[in-house]
Design a protein around this ligand. Structure first.
Ligand code: SF4
Ligand code: SF4
Length: 384
């Protein structure tokens, strides 16, 4: 297994499951299950025994491995700088081994099968993919400055499509030159990668690169931080170079125009950093700059933010596989309780997966009426 050598370097001190002030558990799977095997160090211990043949592959082992939300907290906070960057690589390599052996949890198997057969996890035909943009008057991509990529959740999920419509609508209002692919858009493949399905990910990379090349795409705006991460870090730029922006980065460039929009009547907002924009790509500023440009908006930060943000539990494919579940100790429910403690009436998000995870958690916690989950462009436009 690739990166197997690092499993021997971890001395299981446990610091990686905390934020930098050690006051909370910050590894979502450990926080949810409170067993050492669900922590980064515990997982490495299990993998070591597994690779040494001291432990057989089992549904339980697979579930523990696939419950990691790939949030990157362990990479950020491991005390061992020489190997910390490879912790997550080792977990993904182990997932690849399990995919190759055909021993993944049923929910992971179903996700990967749907992606292979239908090109999306919702098992919907390609003809459904363009419906989110109905009535917005968006142009098909034909050489505009940017290509706007809505992704599977933004194109096909009920909450995701609301967000895609809101973001694309705002970009249009701001006069940004962009086009969309509609039914011709493909999945970016980030979740296939994080669930260890290298073959499917590679084939999606090839499809997307081929399409971008044939259309001459030079700049892509993504709705999802997950797509942003994959396009930016995993697509081979030597075969076809293109620039990638998360939509909040494009909005941040338009902050002056945003601050000229009509003022909100005193809105108290807290912001949830999505792991694939924040920790994985160090973009903490753009969404905050956008929020601070909204007149009448007061930004109240939670205790765990930026490098120390607590994942909503939707990363690493868990948004689809739900291996962390939805009980009171689920990461999403813990996160909305933390958001409500700030006194904010709005929890701002910048990821369609976070939007859905946290919105469901607000309902489960009976916090409706106290705090509402809104995506940043929805706050700006006073919608949702
Ligand atoms: S991964 Fe790093 S911080 Fe975590 S238990 Fe191992 S050595 Fe300690
Ligand atoms: S990536 Fe996140 S969920 Fe996975 S082991 Fe590390 S801290 Fe836990």
């Amino acid at each position: 297994m690739e990166f197997a050598d690092i499993l021997h370097r971890c001395f299981r001190c446990g610091y990686c499951k905390f934020p930098e002030n050690y006051q909370d558990f910050n590894c979502p799977s450990y926080s949810r299950f409170r067993f050492e095997t669900y922590s980064p160090g515990g997982r490495m211990w299990l993998l070591r025994a597994w690779l040494n043949g001291e432990m057989k592959t089992s549904p339980r082992l697979a579930e523990i491995l696939f419950s990691c939300a790939t949030c990157g907290n362990c990479v950020e906070h491991c005390v061992f700088p020489k190997f910390k960057d490879d912790i997550l690589h080792a977990f993904l390599a182990a997932r690849e081994e399990m995919v190759n052996q055909g021993t993944v949890p049923p929910a992971v198997r179903d996700y990967l099968k749907a992606l292979q057969v239908h090109g999306n996890p919702y098992k919907l035909p390609r003809s459904e993919r363009g419906k989110w943009q109905a009535g917005l008057g968006l142009e098909p991509y034909s050489g505009q400055e940017y290509l706007f990529h809505a992704g599977c959740v933004g194109s096909l999920d009920e909450r995701g499509t609301k967000m895609a419509r809101s973001v694309a609508g705002l970009l249009k209002k701001l006069g940004i030159s962009f086009g969309v692919l509609g039914t011709e858009e493909n999945c970016d493949g980030n979740e296939a990668r994080s669930l260890g399905e290298k073959g499917v990910f590679q084939s999606l990379i090839e499809q997307n690169i081929k399409e971008f090349k044939s259309l001459g795409v030079k700049k892509v705006i993504t709705l999802s931080p997950h797509a942003y991460h994959a396009f930016k870090n995993d697509y081979p730029k030597d075969s076809y170079p293109f620039d990638v922006f998360h939509y909040t980065q494009v909005l941040a460039m338009e902050a002056k125009k945003l601050s000229a929009l009509p003022a909100h009547a005193s809105l108290r907002v807290t912001y949830h950093d999505p792991c694939y924009l924040g920790r994985h790509n160090k973009e903490y500023q753009a969404p905050r700059k956008v929020l601070k440009s909204v007149s009448g908006l007061l930004l109240l930060e939670m205790g765990r933010v930026r490098e120390n943000a607590f994942c909503c539990g939707g990363g690493g494919g868990n948004f689809f596989t739900d291996l962390l579940g939805s009980g009171p100790e689920s990461p999403a429910r813990a996160r909305v309780r933390e958001a409500a403690e700030t006194g904010a009436s709005v929890l701002a998000v910048a990821c369609p997966n976070c939007a859905k995870m946290l919105e469901d958690a607000v309902k489960a916690e009976s916090l409706e009426g106290k705090i509402a989950v809104k995506e940043i462009s929805e706050i700006i436009q006073g919608t949702a």
